[in-house]
Design a protein around this ligand. Structure first.
Ligand code: LLP
Length: 432
């Protein structure tokens, strides 16, 4: 069931016309469907039913407070990678005792913040970080619950930029080192071995790699048990892919079934950290066609959304589906269109970079002023946006049935430099 559907050639976000949203809130615009998010939350919960588990949503995929609030209310936990993300979770009504703190480079103040807020688990990514966590915990007089994020050296078979579980990647602790470090943790009065963790990559479209990684974690679990270290959880990370084009990723249920099967005889809690699969298809980026122009080689559809709003195509060469908010009939096509009424366009933004595009070689029947929609933009869209070219961050709207709510106001130009200063007297302002 899709909550972004055409009725009479008009695209609806749940029960609201996308073109109406643009009229009300302007463009470009992120629009999220609450029903889609709720459906995905339920799919992960259902997939794990019957086994002790905690779904920890990966905040980096979409950290909007309203989205986090819906997720917190559903009972899910969170995977955070910075103090900022943890503060967002708390501000949105979630709590640190259901949050896992991952990331290769946690600062001391971030570790302290997490421990004072009683984080569920800190995922340690290097030996040095382990000593740092121990030192901070000792200073605070607490025992830090930790997991080692091991690098299982499994190929996630995904885009190289989002593959994380290979030895050449900066992530995690070498598998061979794990037992020695867990022994250290066992003997430390300020560290507790809470779990074992891994995350091997993102946008995985088959279940094979995660099963391979789970098997390695289970072997480690048994080795540790033989050492007298019995951890409470196994965290398989995130990474389940979504359909942007013609990918056919497993459902959360299919993805988890093999993992649960392997863990069924072990009294351990499963933690998973889905980001993309939870929010990607719950969101769209809506953008207006400003100009159409052609040269002897190409047709360009210049829109008001750009790589500053959605960088995935420019950064990873990702293919994201672009559809019109209103489907024009073939009879209304521009001269030179094919029999379906389409022309071949590169959909490009206004930023001064050749890579500023949302899609290349797209068959579209559009006119200037039309509204286009980039699908699958709910994950790694807004969170990766920037102010490049001094373009304000766009507004974000949450739709529930026939109601729309502004969950982030469009940024004003002045907001972009609100915390900057102009030095007028260099002598007076200089502090030794
Ligand atoms: N857990 C950890 C430790 C991670 O590093 C990530 C993602 C996740 C969970 C969530 O993975 P997911 O379920 O979303 O695949 N910006 C890229 C994706 C980067 C993913 C980074 N880590 C993109 O737009 O494709």
């Amino acid at each position: 069931m899709d909550y972004f559907n055409y009725k009479d050639n008009e695209l609806y976000a749940e029960d609201i016309k996308v073109t109406d949203l643009v009229e009300r809130y302007g463009s470009p615009l992120y629009v999220y469907s609450k029903a889609t998010l709720v459906r995905h939350l339920k799919a992960f919960e259902d997939a794990l039913v019957g086994k002790k588990h905690l779904v920890c949503y990966a905040v980096k995929a979409n950290s909007s407070l309203s989205i986090l609030n819906i997720i917190a209310k559903s009972g899910c936990g969170f995977d955070v990678v910075s103090k900022g993300e943890l503060m967002r979770v708390i501000a949105a009504g979630g709590s640190a005792d259901k949050a896992i703190f991952s990331g290769v480079g946690k600062r001391e103040d971030e570790i302290e913040f997490a421990l004072t807020h009683k984080i569920l688990c800190l995922d340690i990514e290097s030996e040095s970080e382990m000593y740092k966590v121990e030192e901070v915990a000792a200073r605070l007089g607490v025992v830090a619950p930790v997991a080692l994020r091991v690098n299982p050296n499994v190929d996630a078979k995904t885009h190289p930029s989002i593959s994380t579980g290979l030895k050449k990647n900066k992530f995690g602790i070498a598998f061979e080192e794990a037992q020695r470090l867990y022994e250290y943790i066992k003997n430390s009065p300020n560290l507790e071995a809470r779990g074992i963790a891994c995350h091997i990559g993102s946008q995985m479209t088959s279940g094979g790699p995660i099963i391979e990684a789970t098997d390695k974690l289970i072997a480690l679990y048994h080795d540790l048990a033989a050492q007298g270290i019995v951890v409470k959880h196994i965290d398989i990370g995130g990474g389940l892919g979504v359909t942007y084009n013609d990918e056919t990723p497993p459902s959360p249920n299919e993805y988890m079934a093999a993992v649960i099967q392997r863990l069924k005889d072990i009294d351990v809690e499963i933690i998973c950290e889905p980001g993309r699969a939870m929010v990607a298809n719950a969101g769209i980026l809506v953008t207006k066609v400003l100009y159409l122009k052609s040269n002897s080689e190409r047709n360009f559809c210049i829109v008001d959304g750009s790589m500053s709003d959605l960088i995935r195509p420019a950064l990873y060469n990702s293919w994201m589906n672009i559809i019109p908010a209103f489907k024009r009939p073939v009879s209304d096509a521009l001269e030179g269109s094919d029999q379906h009424g389409n022309k071949l366009y590169d959909v490009v933004g206004p930023i001064c970079e050749s890579d500023d595009y949302l899609g290349k070689e797209r068959h579209l029947n559009v006119r200037e002023g039309d509204i286009l929609v980039v699908r699958g933009a709910g994950a790694y869209g807004s969170t990766m946006s920037s102010n490049y070219n001094s373009r304000p961050l766009c507004a974000e709207i949450l739709v529930e049935g026939a109601r729309a709510f502004v969950i982030r106001e469009r940024q004003q130009e002045e907001d972009m430099w609100a915390n900057e200063r102009i030095i007028t007297d260099y002598e007076e302002e200089f502090e030794e």
